[in-house]
Design a protein around this ligand. Structure first.
Ligand code: ZN
Length: 136
């Protein structure tokens, strides 16, 4: 029985490694699309569903280098920007059309829940509240 468990563990690890390699090799827009499908079926707090609304989501944390370090100075970085990755508007981007592969270079704030957002497309859907947003 122990040998079967070890074989199951090895098979699981092999599958896991393949999944990680696959996800690591795809464009950001496809990663968002795949994780969005996974996230749509999951609830972080299923036992408290009646009184807690919760979602999994993909986010970006970004900080910009403010000065180049010299011999006498250290690097100075801006505050962190945390943005939820908004999904492309499904009315405009259908099927395999995930929008341009420019990375998540469109930014804005959801007018409904006030979350900072980033996306690869201007016309998006807030991953928190589902509100349609126009990013710039
Ligand atoms: Zn929102």
């Amino acid at each position: 029985m122990k040998n079967k468990q070890n074989a199951d563990d090895s098979f699981h690890e092999l599958k896991r490694d393949k999944v990680v390699d696959f996800l690591d090799g795809i464009p950001d827009e496809e990663l968002l699309s795949i994780l969005g499908e996974v996230f749509s079926g999951r609830v972080p707090y299923p036992l408290e569903k009646s009184n807690i609304r919760s979602h999994f989501l993909l986010a970006i944390a970004k900080s910009t280098l403010i000065n180049s370090p010299g011999e006498k100075s250290e690097e100075v970085w801006s505050q962190w920007f945390l943005g939820a990755i908004a999904y492309p508007n499904p009315l405009l981007y259908t099927g395999d059309n995930l929008g341009p592969k420019y990375g998540f270079c469109q930014f804005g704030v959801c007018n409904n829940c006030h979350t900072y957002l980033a996306s690869n497309v201007k016309e998006s859907v807030c991953p928190i509240c589902g509100y349609y947003v126009s990013l710039t």
